[in-house]
Design a protein around this ligand. Structure first.
Ligand SMILES: O=C([O-])CC(=O)C(=O)O
Length: 163
């Protein structure tokens, strides 16, 4: 599927939430989409690493690292694992490292920034819970559209009437 987020917004803006948080883009795939999976964690990437080691089936992993830039939540090894396991992309509310290599991977990657410091590995956090990027809540199964302009979210469930 080829799209631009700006055209999608013009066509279907009322159905889509736009993320205003500003990310840097990495990886050779700058336009990507897929159903969301999520991890919420803080300076600890063990859950995200484990999930990206399982079949992605074209999903986009949203890692809500609370915006901390103190430790990197993904590097080239985890990025390569995401590619090998069929993930479309990884969006990180936090930092990555090995960014020069990550930038060469056939993967869509958005992160706030970079830090060479390694993540903790205690496994604290939650998988497939609703997470927040700025003002936008992303639930597992929501459809994500990302390109150079930003990130649009299509809620998977139609809101109930009167809700
Ligand atoms: O293992 C980590 O914490 C991140 C990393 O360096 C990699 O993915 O290569």
């Amino acid at each position: 599927m080829t799209f631009t987020t700006a055209d999608l917004y013009d066509e279907r803006g009322s159905e889509l939430a736009s993320v205003s948080l500003q990310f840097r883009s990495f990886g050779t795939i700058r336009t990507f989409s897929g159903p969301a999976r999520t991890v919420r964690c803080f300076e600890d990437n063990a859950l995200a690493k484990a999930l990206l080691g399982t079949a992605g089936n074209g999903a986009v992993l949203v890692i809500d690292g609370g915006g901390s830039l103190e430790r990197a939540l993904m590097g080239d090894m985890i990025g390569q694992s995401a590619v090998d396991n069929g993930w479309s992309g990884v969006i990180i509310n936090g930092a990555i490292r090995d960014s020069v290599v990550v930038d060469t991977l056939p993967l869509g990657v958005k992160a706030l920034g970079t830090n060479p410091a390694k993540s903790k590995k205690a496994g604290l956090g939650e998988v497939d819970v609703p997470v927040r990027l700025g003002t936008v809540v992303i639930a597992p199964g929501d459809i994500i559209y990302a390109d150079a302009d930003g990130i649009l979210i299509e809620k998977s469930a139609v809101p109930e009437q009167g809700a």
